[in-house]
Write a protein that binds this ligand. Structure first.
Ligand code: PMP
Length: 383
């Protein structure tokens, strides 16, 4: 009965810490609006930063792809699941981002697990930003390599860890735009330090790709950095789901030959690749969408300066307000819901203890007026 008591204990602790997480049933989600339990809210909790999940060209491409190629891939890519649509998407991604190769994964979580599991051996060390995503930190801590974490977004802290000579390889791991704080990694400094230490840099740009940089090429392109390993995910700026690893030929071959996550997993549906190709085209031509999003970000930050909650140093679509206690963050989220705004409260362990927050996300689908009304509701809630 070890499992039953363990489960009961964990659930009780979560309830008592105001940490219980609900998966609410969404009835309708148009990026700008969301309907749950019969009520419609202005939506400020989507990672669909450009609104592409609703784009007619993306939807049509998925429908046409399914009509042509069926609903699913039918097998792993190493058996018969790799189609011309997969190949075309990989080629276009590699070309767009300036890499030799791209390899598709079913999710960003899987891609991060795959790459770290494959590369990290016992003698190696992984040096990760303290706020790197759970998929990166989990993979690193479950790997045989040594995991050390450096202070969030502080290259000086990384420098201290790098000062100890490694036994094996050094893999430096960061996000491009941090998912819960919204700030951008100092990629040039990280890349330079990693190069000097003869290591490799892995950047997970889940929240930057599509949204920043020329043609939406993301944080690395924007900062003039080309990490050895770039992970891009498709559930945010692309409005779909899935992910890709961008790397050189030999690394791609190594992953293709040895990654159990890739070999023993059904390939992404070909129709999804069609949708992603259409989303990629919208992103490449998406300057107007990005300008619109950036104007919302500037408007929100200017308007939020006098709120009593800490605004983070973020120029991205992610604009968290740090509230502190779990119960206070939940109460604020509920207060906003009563006023017609859907903004999720994010609590530990997703964020450090004592930093529960409202994670406000802005999208190109919003109108200027939406930002102004949200700010009014926040000032009302502040009393
Ligand atoms: N990396 C980061 C930085 C993320 O925010 C997320 C999603 N929360 C992931 C990876 C996982 O990506 P996916 O949703 O495609 O599994």
């Amino acid at each position: 009965m070890v499992w039953s008591s363990r489960i009961e204990q964990a659930l009780t602790a979560r309830r008592e810490a105001d940490g219980w997480r609900l998966r609410r049933r969404v009835e309708h989600n148009s990026v700008r609006e969301i309907t749950l339990e019969g009520l419609t809210y202005r939506h400020f909790s989507s990672n669909d930063y450009l609104g592409l999940s609703q784009h007619p060209a993306v939807i049509a491409a998925w429908q046409q792809g399914a009509a042509e190629a069926g609903a699913g891939a039918g097998a792993s890519g190493h058996v018969t699941g790799y189609s011309r649509h997969h190949a075309q998407l990989e080629e276009q991604l590699a070309d767009w981002l300036g890499y030799k190769r791209a390899l598709l994964f079913i999710s960003g979580f899987a891609a991060n697990q795959a790459v770290i599991h494959l590369l990290a051996e016992k003698q190696d060390r992984i040096l990760a930003d303290k706020l790197a995503h759970a998929s990166l930190l989990d993979a690193a801590s479950h790997s045989p390599a040594t995991l050390r974490r450096f202070a969030h977004n502080q290259p000086e802290s990384l420098a201290k860890l790098l000062a100890t000579p490694p036994e094996g390889g050094t893999l430096v791991v960061t996000e491009g735009v941090f998912s819960m704080d919204g700030d951008s990694a100092q990629l040039a400094a990280l890349a330079e330090q990693t190069r000097r230490a003869n290591g490799w840099l892995l950047v997970d740009d889940a929240h930057g790709i599509g949204v920043c940089g020329e043609q939406g090429r993301g944080s690395c392109w924007q900062q003039g950095v080309k990490p050895e390993l770039l992970i891009v995910t498709f559930g945010k700026g692309f409005g779909v789901s899935g992910a890709a690893l961008l790397c050189d030929d030999a690394t791609a071959d190594y992953v293709e030959q040895f990654s159990r996550h890739l070999i023993y997993s059904t390939a992404m549906p070909p129709a999804q690749c069609c949708a992603l190709l259409a989303a990629l085209q919208q992103i490449q031509q998406g300057d107007a969408l990005r300008e619109r999003l950036n104007s919302h970000i500037a408007r929100f930050r200017a308007g939020a300066a006098d709120l009593p909650w800490q605004l983070m140093p973020s120029n991205s679509a992610i604009q968290p307000l740090i509230v502190g206690e779990n119960s206070a963050a939940l109460a604020l989220s509920q207060r906003l819901a009563q006023a017609g705004y859907w903004v999720s409260a994010i609590r530990p362990p997703t964020v450090p203890p004592g930093t529960a927050r409202l994670r406000i996300t802005l999208t190109a689908a919003h109108h200027h007026d939406d930002i102004d009304r949200l700010l009014e509701a926040l000032y009302d809630a502040a009393g």
